[in-house]
Ligand binder design. Structure first.
Ligand code: HEM
Length: 538
């Protein structure tokens, strides 16, 4: 065999059918020495003792002892799949990214996940679902790391460890696994009213999707796009499933969780194997990039808010088709490393304080999870664009770098510091004006309204969907031990909708708080799963 390329960066992604460790007809040691017996250790006589000199025994056991890596601190349970994205060209007026051009086909890898449960937890629990997409574009890798719910629990990433500590199993009992039915979760939510909007979605049918194939996806944050002329727009990304948006009933979710904890993973794998390739249309809501970064009074930097589709329609810009299962779960689904900072020319971040913490967090956690700084060289993480970086050495370095001068400018390795004209195609951050201000540790006043959109969400649902929300709150809160937490949560619901609050209180056997005078809201029919109308065939 030809030797493997000396520098793995830039090589095609996807696990090869056979790797260097699966060649030839005979079993060997890791050093390629042919073995005659892998079933018996070397002993002094048939009944032992076992001899320390048995290198094959030591190598085999050592490797097995180190097969596990840490699971993701969140989104530990997931399923991955390969596919392609084809641009429509319709985004050209707002974005110069090459993968959005008309007819351009880009390979992708998508990982769907639950958030809270551990790697071996059940698929059908009530939870938010991750929807992370890696686009291997010609201009470098772009990751859209989204969820199936368009808003988040918190407004500032500094609170992420807090919400996750509250949502994970209790530290003393390590229960409940992967469910929202416990005191710490509702303690947090009732004390942080910014979480109300997310919790409304979480308690709705969106929290128990029928399949990964029938979920919408959302980039959540507002991003900034740049076109060829350097003009900028603010956008929110949406994935719209061609299969429609469907959920399980709570009772179905419970039963399936017992009968087949791998339900979503199996559904996705079987669909791909049978040639039923799921598709999603990528769409954007586009807003003018004004200095205020608001739209119709909604602060676009607040990730607990949506912009109703009736105010800003979702405009289709490309189609995703998932069509190939991974060859090896560990190599691909487990080792894939997404990052909100993986951006390509034409796509930039905004000042959303949740997004900024994410920009720090993913790289940081992957250093530990994937064992050092070279995880970008793992096949699933390799860009398809040529890579020519000055990152050197470190644990698990696979590249054999040439040259003597990994610094720029230099006069030794070909000399040229940068290619002339490279800035045209390079990633250049939008030269956005930073408002002159003083250092503060507090949220903007425009982040203060925690109840209007939760009310809009509830009132936009059909009666049967509203009934499911009421039952979900009743069930989950009913599992709390602390009465004070249930009562505090009822106070929160009283600010969302009087009927919702009263019916949950009745279900819990508690008095409802006094009804409040609640401002009216304009419902958004697109928020109801039954109201989904999307211009995709099928
Ligand atoms: C993992 C989405 C907020 C930290 C993930 C994954 C998704 C996701 C989809 C799974 C990626 C995979 O499949 O490998 C989101 C969304 C957020 C959000 C949509 C809010 C809009 C945050 C925040 C932080 C954070 C605020 C930290 C400040 C992490 C970490 C992982 C993760 C540490 C594990 C990554 C790994 O081990 O590879 N997130 N997340 N996330 N997220 Fe987030």
């Amino acid at each position: 065999d030809a030797p493997e390329t000396v520098t793995p960066t830039g090589a095609p992604t996807g696990a090869p059918k056979t790797s260097k460790s699966q060649q030839g007809a005979f079993l060997t040691t890791a050093q390629g020495v042919r073995l005659y017996d892998t079933d018996h250790s070397l002993k002094a006589g048939e009944r032992g003792p076992t001899l320390l000199q048995d290198h094959h025994l030591r190598e085999k056991i050592m490797h097995f002892d180190h097969e596990r890596i840490p699971e993701r601190v969140v989104h530990a349970r997931g399923a991955g799949v390969h596919g392609v994205f084809v641009g429509y060209g319709s985004a050209e007026s707002v974005c110069k990214a090459g993968f959005l051009r008309e007819g351009k086909t880009t390979p992708v890898f998508v990982r769907f996940s639950t958030v809270v449960g551990s790697r071996g937890s059940a698929d059908t629990v009530r939870d938010t679902r991750g929807f992370a997409t890696k686009f291997y574009t010609d201009e470098g890798t772009f990751d859209l790391v989204g969820n199936n719910i368009p808003v988040f629990f918190i407004q500032d990433g500094i609170k992420f460890p807090d919400i996750i500590h509250a949502a994970k199993p209790h530290p003393d009992r390590e229960i409940p696994q992967a469910q929202s039915a416990h005191d710490t979760f509702w303690d947090f939510v009732s004390l942080h009213t910014e979480a109300t909007h997310h919790v409304m979605w979480h308690m709705s049918d969106r929290g128990v999707p029928r399949s990964y194939r029938t979920m919408e996806g959302f980039g959540v944050h507002t991003f900034r796009l740049v076109n060829d002329a350097g003009e900028t727009s603010l956008v929110k990304f949406h994935w719209k499933p061609k299969q429609g948006v469907h959920s399980l009933l709570w009772e179905e979710a419970q039963m399936i969780g017992g009968v087949d904890p791998d339900f979503h993973r199996r559904d996705l794998y079987d669909a791909i194997e049978s040639g039923a390739f799921p598709q999603w249309e990528l769409g954007i809501q586009v807003f003018p990039d004004t200095p205020e970064q608001t739209f119709e009074g909604i602060d676009l930097l607040d990730s607990t808010k949506i912009v109703p589709e009736e105010l800003a329609p979702v405009q289709p810009i490309g189609m995703l088709t998932l069509n190939r299962n991974p060859t090896n779960f560990f190599a691909e689904t487990e080792q894939v490393a997404f990052h909100t900072g993986h951006l390509v020319p034409g796509i930039d971040v905004t000042d959303d304080p949740l997004l900024h913490a994410r920009l720090f967090s993913y790289l940081d956690t992957q250093l530990t999870r994937l064992g050092g700084p070279n995880f970008g060289q793992i096949p699933i993480n390799r860009p398809h664009a040529p890579v020519n970086d000055m990152l050197r050495d470190g644990f698990h370095q696979h590249a054999v770098h040439g040259g003597v001068a990994p610094y720029k400018p230099n006069s030794l390795d070909g000399g040229c510091p940068f290619h002339a004209g490279a800035a045209d195609k390079a990633y250049v951050e939008v030269p956005q004006r930073v408002v002159e201000s003083t250092k503060v540790r507090r949220a903007a006043a425009s982040f203060d309204d925690h109840f209007t959109q939760p009310r809009m969400f509830f009132r936009s649902l059909s009666p049967v969907e509203q009934e499911h929300v009421i039952r979900a709150f009743t069930f989950e809160l009913g599992k709390c031990y602390e009465q004070a937490i249930k009562e505090r949560m009822l106070q929160v619901l009283a600010k969302v909708d009087t009927r919702l609050c009263t019916e949950v209180a009745t279900g819990l056997g508690l008095p409802a708080p006094a009804a409040e005078e609640l401002p009216e809201v304009q419902p958004s029919p697109a928020l109801s799963q039954l109201g989904q109308v999307w211009p995709v065939d099928g």
